[in-house]
Structure formats: structure tokens, C-alpha cells
Design a protein around this ligand. Structure first.
Ligand SMILES: C[S@@+](CC[C@H](N)C(=O)[O-])C[C@H]1O[C@@H](n2cnc3c(N)ncnc32)[C@H](O)[C@@H]1O
Length: 272
């Protein structure tokens, strides 16, 4: 049975609490990192361990960048310091406040918008040259609309840099995992709403943890292709110090670089 919960509200409150708890993905960058970024030396992540290769980026000066579900005072301020014109859209006011805090501290121009990654209707067609979308689509139940919205708001020839979680990461039995044993229990695709019961969700809420969803690779990769993107790069990444035994056995994160094609384009010819 599918639990009827407002996922966006649940996860907004969870991420606001994760900010207060000092979760790794909410800690703002330092003044020295910003100083280096101003000189073109920056390291940003779509996935937990491996930085995005520098050659995935076009020249950043004046580039119109959307940080999609990317708040936390991390990637947005670094890309702004490196010369990009950055807008960050995120569901958590607490996370967005971290971006504004760094922007004010460092005198950076950066716009923040509270919103849902599945609905970018506040932006017109072709508003951005690059979207930076770190691992975060595990916090929404459906991702095909995310890729479609990305394609709409990117200018022809624009780039979508995205991170996502291999859905196998959501399959292990949680109690056995705590004992160091990996045993697959939940199906792919995975949904906290469909595969957990009310007491488990209550425990998540009390712990300030967000609801999560494990999407098929067809939705992750095929979803980008069907939205009109051409994949130009992909790497897998690990998180060996996460404490979860599966992450000691395989790399469960994926980063992709995708180019927006011509309208209704086929093949990998860049948009005109
Ligand atoms: C893992 S963090 C990503 C940003 C972080 N700075 C990083 O480096 O990974 C996940 C982000 O997704 C955001 N988020 C969750 N659900 C969202 C939604 N429906 N729409 C937009 N953002 C969402 C959270 O508020 C959080 O800031």
C-alpha cells in the first residue's frame, strides 16, 4: 500500500533540520575555497567522492547556470566566484540560506529560489546555459519531469551535469545492513512510500531524515535521452566511508554530462 504523504513538505522539513545538524551536504564553503575559485581553481561534486572533471565545464565567465536542488552554500557560490551567473533552486529554505550567507560574506551575486525540481515554470525556455544537478533526484518520487524541465529551460547546446544514485543502493535489508550484511530485500524502483510502513516513516520523521526513492536506470539515463539530451560523459563514483556495507562493494553513484540537442533532434549533433 502506498502511504499518502506530502513528500515535498516532509523533505523540506528534513533538509532544514539537516542544515541545523551540520550534515555534510549543507556545510558552506570556506573563504579560501572562494578565493581559489575566483582564480579559476575550484572543485565541485555531483557525487560523493570524485570531483567533476574540469573539462566537463565550458568557460564559466558570464555563463548562465542553474544549480538545481543544489543549495547548501557549496557549488553555487563556487561557480559564482568562478565567473558564472548563478541561480540556485531548492526546496529547503535552510539550504538556500546557506547560499545567501556565503554570497553576502564574499560579495557574490547569486539568486536563490525556493521551488520543486520537477516544476521549473518560473523560468522561461532557454534561460540557462548549464544546469548543475547534484545527487538529489532520490528525494522526489518521479524524475522524468525533472529531465523534461531541464531540457526546456536550457538554451540549445546547453549542458546538463547531473549526479544520481544507482537504485541498487536502496535494495539492501536495513537491519542486516546495520550488522554488516548485504542482502537484497526491496525491489527496483524503490519508494519509501511503497516499501516502508507507517512506523518506519515516523522514525524517519523523528530522526529528521528525508524520504527517498530509487529510480530505474531507464528513468535516469533513458529519461535524459528521451528529453532531448545526448550523453557525452559518464562516470561511476563510490562512497566507501558512508558506513553502509554495499558501498564497500560497488560504486553506487553516477555522474553524467549531457548536451541539449536541436528540438526533436536525434543522434549527437549539438543544437544549432
Ligand atoms: C544532497 S543535497 C544536494 C546539494 C548539496 N549542496 C550537495 O552538494 O550535494 C540535496 C538537495 O536536494 C534538495 N531537494 C530535495 N527535494 C527537492 C525538491 N523536490 N526540489 C528541489 N530541491 C529538493 C534538498 O533541499 C537538498 O538541498
Amino acid at each position: 500500500m502506498m502511504l499518502d504523504i506530502d513528500v515535498r513538505a516532509f523533505n523540506r522539513s528534513a533538509w532544514d533540520r539537516l542544515v541545523l545538524a551540520g550534515n555534510r551536504w549543507t556545510v558552506p564553503v570556506t573563504p579560501s575555497e572562494i578565493e581559489l575559485a575566483r582564480r579559476g581553481q575550484f572543485s565541485v561534486h555531483l557525487t560523493p567522492s570524485t570531483p567533476v572533471p574540469a573539462d566537463w565545464f565550458p568557460p564559466l565567465e558570464g555563463l548562465r547556470v542553474l544549480g538545481l536542488a543544489s543549495a547548501g552554500g557549496q557549488q553555487g557560490p563556487l561557480l559564482a566566484a568562478a565567473g558564472a551567473r548563478v541561480v540556485i533552486l531548492d526546496n529547503s529554505p535552510g539550504q538556500l540560506a546557506q547560499d545567501r550567507l556565503v554570497a553576502k560574506r564574499e560579495g557574490l551575486e547569486l539568486r536563490t529560489e525556493e521551488g520543486d525540481m520537477r516544476d521549473l515554470s518560473i523560468f522561461g525556455e532557454g534561460t540557462f546555459d548549464l544546469i548543475f544537478h547534484p545527487c538529489s533526484n532520490c528525494f522526489v518520487p518521479e524524475i522524468v519531469p525533472v529531465w523534461q524541465e531541464c531540457a526546456r529551460v536550457l538554451a540549445p547546446g546547453g549542458l546538463l551535469l547531473a549526479g544520481f544514485v544507482n537504485p541498487i543502493a536502496f535494495s539492501p535489508d536495513r537491519e542486516l545492513e546495520a550488522q554488516g550484511v548485504v542482502q537484497l530485500r526491496y525491489p527496483v524502483p524503490y519508494s519509501d512510500l511503497a516499501h516502508q510502513d507507517e512506523p518506519s516513516i515516523r522514525t524517519l520523521r523523528e530522526a529528521g531524515e528525508p524520504l527517498q526513492f530509487g529510480h530505474t536506470l531507464e528513468d535516469q539515463i533513458g529519461g535524459q535521452l528521451r528529453a532531448g539530451f545526448c550523453l557525452t560523459e559518464l562516470f561511476e563514483d563510490g562512497w566507501p566511508d558512508s558506513g553502509e556495507p554495499l558501498h564497500r562493494l560497488m560504486n553506487c553513484f553516477v555522474a553524467t554530462r549531457a548536451l541539449k540537442l536541436r528540438p526533436k533532434g536525434r543522434g549527437c549533433a549539438p543544437a544549432a
